[in-house]
Design a binder for this molecule. Structure first.
Ligand code: TYD
Length: 222
């Protein structure tokens, strides 16, 4: 058995709208830092200068309709840049990398909910990123009615919502099932987290996974 050099873990957070990914990625990064672990927090779409330009294009609401395949290719273009410019250099420098969304979002949004066949997305991923994948993916799962209500509350007063959040409930249900299927098909990499509880409750579930997998102890933790 060959021993590969052990590099720092690449951890991704996934889930539908209003699942609390952004809050939870920040909490985890803070906790790791408190445990003396160097980590980089990043996000998709975006996470590198050119990828952020593609993000701005993808989140515009004033553009003509586009196919789910066209979207998938743009998300993948942004991902190629994000991996090359941000994720790999940080992992090479020994930092843990935590990303708010990554490749599973393409499988759930453009695949399960958008209709692009998963085999095509798998092939595209392989062509662009080879076998690069997260070491651990935390999928924040909750009923779409709850997630959309939370996301709606967050956006109140902003007078705008991006095109992804404003889609019909059935779309968000397909999305949830897509994420759940990803978790079921890849149980070694993915852990399904019940995101319906409080922020503290969800953070505790996540920390329990991190402690078990990586034997990390938080100095002031429970
Ligand atoms: P963002 O404002 O970052 O939303 P969130 O807080 O939910 O992550 O917008 C990103 C949107 O892009 C989000 O609705 C999910 C969508 N998305 C895809 O459709 N495919 C992808 O591959 C990725 C990474 C994101």
């Amino acid at each position: 058995m060959s021993t590969l050099p052990r590099r720092a873990p690449f951890i991704t957070f996934e889930g539908g709208e209003g699942a609390g990914k952004t809050t939870q990625t920040r909490l985890l990064a803070n906790r790791l830092t408190a445990a003396g672990i160097a980590c980089l927090l990043t996000r998709e779409p975006g996470g590198a200068p050119f990828a952020e330009e593609i993000r701005a294009l993808l989140l515009r609401t004033d553009l003509p309709p586009r196919s789910a395949m066209a979207e998938a290719l743009l998300f993948l273009a942004a991902r190629a840049d994000h991996v090359a410019e941000t994720i790999m250099p940080a992992l090479d420098a020994g930092k843990w990398v935590i990303s708010d969304r990554f490749a599973d979002s393409t499988f759930a949004y453009q695949g399960a909910a958008g209709g692009v066949p998963p085999a095509m997305l798998t092939e595209l991923h392989r062509l662009v990123l080879g076998d690069f994948r997260p070491d651990l993916t935390l999928i924040l799962d909750l009923p779409p009615e709850i997630g959309l209500a939370r996301a709606g509350a967050r956006l109140q007063g902003v007078h705008t919502t991006d095109g992804f959040e404003s889609r019909a409930l059935a779309y968000h249900e397909a999305l949830r099932q897509g994420f759940r299927a990803i978790a079921a098909n890849d149980p070694e990499r993915c852990v399904l987290i019940d995101a319906s509880g409080s922020t503290d409750d969800v953070a505790a579930q996540i920390w329990a996974v991190i402690e078990t997998r990586y034997r990390v102890r938080w100095a002031d933790g429970p």
